[in-house]
Design a protein around this ligand. Structure first.
Ligand SMILES: [Zn+2]
Length: 335
């Protein structure tokens, strides 16, 4: 080999060695982190043709839509067959608080109750097996169409309704219906019952006591209205005043009804009987102003016909309640 040929071979070998070394270095050299690689990214815009842009990595990231989160799946029955109650963590305290605040319905606030204008006891006479006076039908058959116990109760209940509408507190000594004639109560039972009725007035701190009766007589011609009171008491003047107001009210009611029976007036118990002792238990023993009204005669056919008409009782109650209200306002402590 000539000298030139040897040098050319050596140069070629050196050049090859340098090229392969440079190529290998290029494969293993450390990357420069700050280098900005070029990314080719497809961008599809509405209304435009599909284009291909060359973007830097930052531009590409800015172009990417935010990642879409997978929807949270509702827990299935199988997944949480036995969920842990929250209140289990605090021994049930929160559950009880929740029940008290959210579950238990709060009662609606009640409207304020106006104060009572007064306490009144109304006593429908007889009843509890005692019929009182009886109206027998005039055909001689012995049948009857009205007993005093029922007529008295209807009057007292209607007066009670009217007084309660005015704002009074009212107690009735009985509300049960009366029995018909045929088995009268022994007198001692009736008397003890009268004392029990008066005791009610004491028990409820009543301010007024009114007994409702109808009249009866063996003389069937007797007709009309009367009112009784006891003057032999400290409240004698108040009793007389109450009795005269009630008597006037009953007569006014019957006139409004269109019936004009005799006005038999106000009767003072002692003066009409023993002159020293009142006979009627309730008006004698009542601890408050008291009177006893006799609203027509059940033994009189014309009076009984009026008593069989509910409108007569309605008018009677209307006028008597107004009279009681007037008495309470003037001297009975009514407000
Ligand atoms: Zn009677």
């Amino acid at each position: 080999m000539s000298r030139w040929a040897s040098m050319l071979l050596l140069l070629s070998m050196a050049l090859w060695t340098a090229l392969t070394a440079a190529f290998g270095w290029s494969l293993v050299r450390p990357r420069n982190a700050a280098a900005q690689p070029v990314v080719v990214y497809d961008v599809t815009s509405p209304g435009s043709a599909r284009r291909v842009y060359a973007l830097t990595l930052e531009q590409a990231r800015a172009t990417l839509p935010p990642p879409v989160r997978a929807p949270v799946k509702a827990p299935t029955l199988a997944a949480r067959a036995y969920p842990i109650p929250e209140y289990a963590l605090d021994a049930g305290v929160s559950a009880r608080v929740q029940a008290a605040d959210a579950v238990a319905a709060r009662p609606a606030p009640k409207p304020p109750v106006p104060p009572s204008k007064g306490v009144i006891v109304l006593d429908p006479g007889h009843g509890r097996g005692d019929p009182g006076a009886v109206h027998y039908v005039p055909d001689g058959s012995g049948g009857y169409d009205l007993i005093e116990a029922d007529s008295n109760l209807e009057n007292a209940q209607r007066v009670r309704d009217d007084l309660e509408a005015m704002g009074y507190t009212v107690y009735l000594t009985r509300t049960g219906a009366g029995n018909g004639p045929g088995a009268p109560l022994p007198l001692q039972f009736i008397t003890s019952d009268l004392y029990a009725r008066v005791a009610l007035a004491k028990a409820v701190n009543a301010q007024l006591y009114v007994a409702f009766h109808g009249n009866g007589s063996t003389d069937r011609r007797l007709s009309g209205v009367e009112t009784w009171y006891c003057g032999k008491r400290a409240a004698g003047d108040a009793n007389a005043d109450l009795a005269s107001r009630l008597q006037r009210a009953m007569m006014d009611a019957l006139h409004a009804y269109g019936y004009f029976p005799p006005d038999r007036g106000v009767m003072e118990d002692a003066a009409r009987h023993d002159a020293s002792f009142c006979q009627f238990v309730v008006t004698r023993e009542a601890p408050v102003p008291a009177a006893l009204v006799e609203f027509l005669f059940l033994t009189n056919d014309a009076d009984a016909k009026v008593l069989l008409d509910p409108r007569a009782h309605e008018l009677m109650a209307q006028y008597v309640a107004a009279a009681i209200d007037g008495f309470m306002r003037d001297r009975g402590g009514g407000r």
